[in-house]
Design a protein around this ligand. Structure first.
Ligand code: RB5
Length: 157
């Protein structure tokens, strides 16, 4: 499995931890930046990951910004991308089992222990691991994804 990872400045520190987590799990990971805590625009990094997921060049992606929200909005503009923003393990697992999310979006300012906004329930590593370990259930959930694919067909020519 190959996972593409990217962040803006709001997710830069947490991204390094996620890259380490994936390497420790022996998952092939490609870090597409950013490479410092200098301010950048999150859509530029969402595009780097989502474009390649859309083309089938990697299995999945993880995007980190301050909240995960901007990354998620941008990534979902790409055909075939199902990005989900989560901040706890239950939603992370459901994002895979029911929604077959192929891009996980998380917030550095939400999940990183140093962040003043963080609700200290679970670590980012727990949340990412819940998504990695879950499997898409298919069946009725795939019927629902078919309806989402139909929206893409109509709206993205
Ligand atoms: C950057 O300050 C912040 O807006 C960005 O990281 C992200 O949270 C956007 O959704």
């Amino acid at each position: 499995m190959k996972i593409l990872v990217a962040s803006d400045h709001g997710g830069f520190e947490l991204k390094s931890k996620i890259v380490n987590l994936l390497k420790n799990k022996k998952i092939q990971v490609e870090d597409l930046g950013s490479d410092s805590a200098e301010s950048v625009d999150y859509p530029d990094y969402a595009i780097k990951v989502a474009e390649r997921i859309s083309k089938g060049e990697a299995d999945a992606g993880i995007l980190v910004c301050g909240t995960g929200i901007g990354m998620c909005i941008a990534a979902n503009k790409f055909k075939g991308v199902r990005a989900a923003v989560v901040s706890e393990s239950y939603s992370a697992r459901m994002a895979k089992e029911h929604n077959n999310a192929n891009v996980l979006c998380i917030g550095g300012r939400v999940l990183d222990p140093g962040s003043p906004a963080r609700v200290p329930a679970e670590s980012a590593e727990d949340v990412v691991t819940a998504w990695l370990d879950a499997k898409f259930e298919g069946g009725r959930h795939d019927r629902r994804l078919d309806k989402i694919r139909a929206i893409e067909k109509t709206n993205f020519k």
